[in-house]
Write a protein that binds this ligand. Sequence first.
Ligand code: BDR
Ligand code: CA
Length: 339
Amino acid sequence: MRKIILDTDPGCDDAMAIAYAFCHPQIELLALTTVFGNINVGYSTRNAQFILETLGATKVAVAKGAAVPSVQTPLPPADFVHGADGIGNVYPGSTPDKPAEVTINLNPDARHAVVEELDAADFIIASARANPGEITLVAVGPLTNIAEAYRREPQLPTLVAGLVIMGGTVDEPGNVTPLAEANFFNDPHAADSLMAGDWPMTLIGLDVTHKIMLGDSALKRMDNNAGQTGSLLWESSRFYVDFYMTKSVVDNPPERQCAMHDAAAIAYVLIPDAFEVQSGPARVIPDGMASGQLAIDRKGYDYGTLHWQDRPATHACMAVDSERVREHFLQTIIEHHIR
Ligand code: BDR
Ligand code: CA
């Protein structure tokens, strides 16, 4: 059994990751810690509660985290990707421009009904100290909370079983600039500070997530066979798929489709041998026109520059068995959903 804390900015693909982690019998999902990113942190926290309620995940805590990046000025939310409400305008009355101010009915006995008193960074630290070496942090939003937890507790890398990050890109073009992936672009200073730590860390970036596309036929399979869990993933992906059909991630796609980015980080926890990694010291460029770029020294040359020296190796996934990951995700949701 793997204990996981999922740091997230839900997010249409975040919803896929949350459902995947909650449904898989080998994962104990302890908490969602929330962060700004796809949407402001107020909505991302509400979305986290709404998704857990829909899944029937009564024992999963929610702790609210950062509203803004650690250093830079916040960027506008990605409402053109994830809808005005952050999860594809699923709330009744939401429009592409304006999220509905709905009140969500939460099971009062569920842990997620009340947001934790500790903020996300302190929640992560307290959980890691209480379960040394047992918790895997999976971060699928801007890295502000994880970096803040590391700043407050420098021993955090030795207190966790692993840190799996959906973020960055090495060879694949970026999705917010030609060089940068969105989670790193939203808080490059936070991402770079994590690359300096001696974490048991793996990056799941666009090099692999753009290879695992999810078609409408797969999403419909979940809608038809996975109760309200599958229906949530179908409905929340309508706007998101529309966005992806305006992008040429894949040339001439056989059907309407989207990327399942954040869910790939959960797949790495469960079936790491479906991925191939390359390693080396890494930096994230903090500003300028290359802001958010992940730069890994994969050659180990003596470049004679200081910036990559004395940094431990970071491991970045560069190849993936896409079909295996996609089917593992679908089968997990279809076979193990509880609602
Ligand atoms: C990442 O950015 C967000 O839009 C997604 O939720 C994912 O975490 C992909 O670049
Ligand atoms: Ca995300």
